[in-house]
Write a protein that binds this ligand. Sequence first.
Ligand SMILES: [Zn+2]
Length: 71
Amino acid sequence: MAHKVTSRVGLRFLGNLRTTEVHDLTRETTQCQIDEILRAGHAVGFRPDTLAQAHSERYDNCAYCIGGSTR
Ligand SMILES: [Zn+2]
């Protein structure tokens, strides 16, 4: 399940609750604006911390760090 996070520590994937986009923190770009997402309180982590889990919760790929957005 997606759960709110206030830090990226220990996470591979980070979702934006507001846009329902998921980011891969190992391939993060400046366009991902991860720090802004965290600061705004819109950041979520996933259990398990996998892309498949994010997709199952209807999160869409970030175009910058993952690609293949379906929106
Ligand atoms: Zn991204």
